[in-house]
Design a protein around this ligand. Sequence first.
Ligand code: FE
Ligand code: FE
Ligand code: ZN
Length: 277
Amino acid sequence: MLRIGCHLSSSGGFTAMGKTALSIGANTFQFFTRNPRGGAAKAISQKDVDEFLNLCRDCDITNILAHAPYTLNACAAKESVREFAFNTMADDLKRMEYVPGNMYNFHPGSHVGQGIETGIKMIAEVLNTVMWEDMNTTVLLETMAGKGSEVGSRFEEIRDIIAAAKYQDKLGVCLDTCHVYDAGYDIVNDLDGVLDSFDRVIGLDRLYAVHLNDSKNPYSSHKDRHEVLGGGFIGKDAVERIVNHPKLRTLPFLLETPNELEGYAREIELIKTLYRE
Ligand code: FE
Ligand code: FE
Ligand code: ZN
């Protein structure tokens, strides 16, 4: 069955997001745990959570994905920036326990000249500090476009972070179609080859979610600018192959395209027409 949703504003709380998702034909969604540029998160209301969990049960909303703030950099050179990463992730993961069984996605980080290996070590150190044995959330490393000194634009880098992590059974990957295409994985002409390589390097059993975005820039541009589906260099035909691919079709697809709600509703409708039941 198709799991489709988009990025939603979290300002109204969980129940509001759930209702918005349903109103645009979605059965999952993504949200920022706090202001994407950082800062304190709003207090969680137990009443809102209870109402939301009921809504999920009644209306079949599953696989929601929390997204860490963009400013979170687990492998920054500055101690204070790394401390923000420790504190924010620790707090976010505790808050995720209110909605157990879902996913928390973050950008591995930018090593800012310290080198990939140092970056990988630092990221694993943050994970090993903020995660715990019986937590109920799967933490996802997002595949990156390779802009600047981003870690995680090669599958090998993601593999190495997971290999250095303590709670590996709670770790997974979110594949962002714009990012991998920009990073030099040709999902347009060789989707099978890219997924084979993902499987060989990381293992497809680690793949939990797909960020479904088109790209404003050509293959291997290392840019990371999202485009509406069919409006960029990935194109509608490739999107159709992605959502129907036997190795991807059961995963949640989350849109992060430049859209307002009506645009998201149209794209969700489009995916539904492309998806072969
Ligand atoms: Fe992201
Ligand atoms: Fe993404
Ligand atoms: Zn992006």
